[in-house]
Design a protein around this ligand. Structure first.
Ligand code: NAP
Length: 248
């Protein structure tokens, strides 16, 4: 099925993990994919172009509004349109509120929360012009629950994405942009590297009712659904993909 033929997507944080899997999934279904990341995403671009897809990489720090403008302007110059924005770039942290300093808090809020404000604001005119624009904001189960009592900035940022998503979904409900959030559980990507080899790694599978970590492709499938016309009446929603974690 080619749900995205003729459509153009920007995927932030697309060099790794969920973003790379999302780039693959959207491209497999016909999208032209603009991969942005602070790290080099050209390997993902090569994988996609070797498969016959159209893709490009743009270096991009999502906290920088000028770089956001460059990414959106370049996308329009190269491909003429923008239909899908996946706000996926993010960082985790393990400090609790007693350990975290203001700089730690500000960094996480900037990357995980403020970046999404910037991306939606700057891409909006082109997504409206698409007539079927779709924004998918990658939040977390930690945007809905208090988790393990650590990472207060991460929880605050991901929780903010949940309500920010609904807020702009209402503004744009009749203007051609759907906006939804996805709330992954524990997914096997490099973001979990800081927990590997620690008791936290075993605990993550133990607290997941399905008894395993999720795969990046399982989040990419949810992104593809929300990006597609299969979700044409879905806006302001939160899609939990977590192996049952939040059902307990
Ligand atoms: P990942 O493999 O680390 O991918 C995230 C990518 O974003 C990395 O390449 C990362 O670079 C990049 N990035 C970090 N800061 C950036 C910035 N300022 N500008 C542009 N790119 C930046 O992690 P992932 O697991 O795929 O995470 C993707 C999203 O899913 C994140 O928003 C994360 O919070 C969310 N999520 C993940 C899980 C999970 O269990 N994996 C669960 C819930 C939600 P660096 O590697 O240099 O930081």
């Amino acid at each position: 099925m080619q749900r995205f033929t003729g459509r153009v997507a920007i995927v932030t944080g697309g060099a790794s993990g969920i973003g790379a899997a999302t780039a693959h999934r959207l491209a497999n279904e016909g999208a032209i994919v603009v991969i942005t990341d602070i790290n080099d995403g050209s390997a993902v671009v090569t994988q996609l172009t070797d498969l016959g897809a159209a893709a490009t990489y743009i270096e991009h720090d999502v906290v920088n509004s000028e770089q956001w403008k460059h990414v959106v302007d370049t996308t329009i110059e190269l491909f003429g349109r923008l239909d899908i924005l996946v706000n996926n770039a993010g960082v985790g942290d393990l400090l609790d509120i007693e350990q975290a300093e203001l700089d730690d808090w500000n960094r996480t809020i900037a990357i995980d929360q403020t970046s999404v404000f910037l991306g939606m604001k700057i891409a909006a005119p082109h997504l409206k012009a698409s007539g079927h624009g779709s924004i998918i904001n990658i939040s977390s189960i930690f945007g809905i629950s208090g988790g393990f009592g650590s990472s207060p900035a991460y929880h605050a940022a991901k929780g903010a994405l949940r309500s920010l998503t609904k807020n702009v979904a209402l503004l744009w409900a009749q203007q051609g942009i759907r906006v939804n959030s996805i709330h992954p559980g524990f997914i096997d990507t490099p973001i979990l590297d800081q927990a590997r080899g620690t008791p936290i790694e075993d605990m993550l599978t133990e607290v997941t009712p399905m008894g395993r970590l999720g795969r990046p492709e399982e989040i990419a499938a949810a992104v593809a659904y929300l990006a597609s016309d299969d979700a044409s009446f879905v806006t302001g929603s939160e899609l939990v993909v977590d192996g049952g974690y939040l059902a307990r």
